[in-house]
Ligand binder design. Structure first.
Ligand code: SF4
Length: 587
């Protein structure tokens, strides 16, 4: 008998055009890992919510969802409470919003144990500590007492997985569990899920839009498109010979690193030259303040028409560096911009400097004024800079250039999809014809197809206007497609800067190599042999001595923990590693 059997599942909402899930049937066997893939809006999460009995009350639900012989759809609250956590548990995409910010980690897990009566009260603390150990949290006694915001994204996701496992469920549903994580942490979380499955024989329903997450981890796949199941089968077979147009399209846009792609050349004029940039914050602690350094003594330069990608895990300082350049946070150091000194703060900069330095953000909806219509949002920068007369006409033309048709001109941001909203943000940033555009994780929240469209759009705009782009990302497949040069950061310092093709074929810093090795690949054969980088980025409150990467570096020698390596500038790239000349890290 199947562990879970879904038959003719149908989910509708009163004001939606059609069903968000239509006649969906599938089953999951004990111990199986089933991948549910599709783009945003394909019905994946609605399916998971229906299985958990968590759909809102206005949803019209039809069909049947059986966990062994118990029907979930229409079940009483008492039955659902018996099923949730004990039979089926769920791990959500964003662990920060799934955890209570006011309660320490240990108490939150203890509550789950006690509310579901999973163990007697006197055993709860020991059970929580054992679970924190099981999901790989270092120093569980300490982590028991910390609050969610004090943990990294990867650690929070481990806590969520631990919380879901407390009732030893038969089925674990993981909804985009690694989407918000760096590639290195993503690999660790997927490895953890695989080892738990092996150990407990729990089945896993892995929901994702990212084919590289299911490749090498799932036994079978379901592919959904606009609420319907369009393909189902063994993972290896679907990857080798997909039959549905949707799976073929997803595979075509799945990010892959092409190591042989040549790097195109940018212009020679330097538009921005930043020297000795440092960014510091004071963190309030019990008994006073502690200084922390998000960025330390960093130099970067940018040429006209060039894309400089800045990569690194969360906490590497890449966002602090560009926010300092834009003037959003205070910095020390000297920045020369279009030949003039750039003041450290926004207020002290000239109008010409403002218009020439623009930025777009990860969440386009949060960066667009919700009360303004699209055409006015794009026209506003022209008006602010005194170009009122043709502002609306120029904005309309700019929107057409980025692929927003005239029917959207008078809509509000919430009426747009994520991809359309990012196009509007790009139009707004480019309307002043800036010399430099800074993109902070600008495609991280978008599906593969939309991501591809936005990257193509940025490249086309760069070819036409010569705008230089600083592209912050943790996704190296995106970097390979876009960057002329790549700067790799770790704990606030640059560890390598190189031309795009050199970095991808002959990395010189062990951290660069580890990042490249961790990139997930949409190919089940390659994915199953992947190595993951152990450990997590250290705390910038108490950085390690010597080379900041030494606690995680498999090539570390005694000198590495004693002495900080110099950042040596060389003709084809620069590197900060004591052993760069002797290590052969190339592919
Ligand atoms: Fe590894 Fe040492 Fe090089 Fe740092 S300096 S990256 S620890 S080999």
């Amino acid at each position: 008998m199947s562990l879970l059997k879904v038959q003719n599942l149908q989910v509708r909402y009163p004001r939606s055009d059609g069903a968000v899930v239509e006649n969906l049937s599938f089953s999951i066997q004990k111990g199986e890992c089933l991948g549910l893939v599709g783009e945003s809006g394909s019905g994946k999460t609605q399916t998971a919510m229906a299985i958990m009995g968590l759909l809102p009350t206005n949803a019209k639900i039809g069909g049947s969802v059986l966990i062994e012989q118990t029907e979930i759809l229409g079940a009483s609250t008492a039955t659902l409470n018996q099923i949730r956590a004990r039979r089926i548990a769920m791990v959500f995409q964003d662990p920060l919003s799934a955890l209570n910010p006011y309660i320490c980690i240990g108490s939150q897990l203890q509550r789950i144990l006690l509310e579901h009566k999973f163990c007697p009260p006197n055993e709860a603390v020991q059970r929580v500590l054992a679970m924190l150990t099981k999901v790989g949290l270092p120093d569980p006694d300490r982590q028991f007492r910390v609050f969610p915001h004090q943990l990294s994204g990867g650690m929070r996701q481990r806590v969520m997985i631990g919380a879901a496992l407390l009732g030893a469920p038969d089925l674990l549903i993981a909804d985009e569990p690694t989407t918000a994580l760096d590639v290195t942490v993503q690999a660790q979380v997927l490895t953890l899920l695989a080892s738990i499955r092996e150990e407990t024989d729990a089945a896993l329903l892995l929901i994702t839009h990212d084919l590289s997450v299911v490749a090498g981890h799932c036994d079978r796949l379901l592919v959904m498109d606009r609420g319907r199941l369009v393909e189902e089968g063994k993972t290896a077979k679907i990857f080798a010979s997909p039959s549905s147009d949707k799976m073929k399209a997803l595979l075509a846009v799945a990010p892959r690193i092409d190591r042989n792609a040549p790097t195109t050349q940018a212009g020679d004029d330097v538009v921005l030259d930043a020297r000795d940039i440092s960014v510091g914050f004071k963190e309030r602690r019990l008994g006073g303040h502690k200084n922390l350094h998000a960025v330390r003594s960093t130099d970067i330069s940018l040429r006209r028409g060039e894309t400089l990608a800045i990569v690194g895990e969360s906490g590497s300082g890449k966002t602090s560096l560009v926010r300092a350049l834009v003037g959003l946070i205070p910095t020390t150091g000297v920045v020369s911009f279009l030949g003039d000194r750039l003041a450290a703060t926004v207020g002290a900069r000239t109008a010409l400097q403002h218009r020439n330095l623009q930025m777009i953000f990860q969440d386009p909806l949060a960066s667009l004024n919700p009360a303004m219509r699209i055409v006015n949002i794009v026209a506003e920068p022209l008006i602010v800079h005194g170009e009122n007369t043709q502002a609306q006409a120029t904005a309309t033309a700019m929107l057409a250039r980025v692929g927003i048709s005239s029917e959207y001109l008078y809509r509000f941001p919430h009426e747009l999809s994520g991809g359309q909203a990012q196009r509007v943000a790009i139009a707004r940033a480019l309307i002043l014809k800036p010399a430099v555009l800074i993109c902070d994780e600008a495609v991280a929240a978008l599906d593969g197809t939309v991501q591809e469209e936005i990257l193509n759009l940025l490249q086309a705009e760069q070819a036409q206007s010569g705008v230089a782009i600083v592209f912050i990302t943790h996704d190296l497949a995106v970097v390979r497609q876009l960057g002329h040069r790549v700067a790799v950061m770790y704990m606030g310092r640059l560890c390598e800067v190189a031309d795009n093709d050199a970095l991808f074929s002959r990395p010189r810093h062990p951290y660069t190599r580890a990042l490249l090795d961790a990139v997930p690949v949409p190919d089940p054969d390659i994915q199953s042999t992947h190595r993951s980088l152990i450990g997590e980025v250290g705390s910038i409150l108490s950085p390690p001595s010597g080379c900041p990467f030494h606690p995680r570096c498999e090539h570390a020698i005694v000198m590495c923990s004693d002495r900080l390596p110099d950042f040596r500038e060389e003709p084809f790239g620069s590197v900060a590693c004591h052993r760069a000349d002797e290590l052969d890290l190339g592919y």
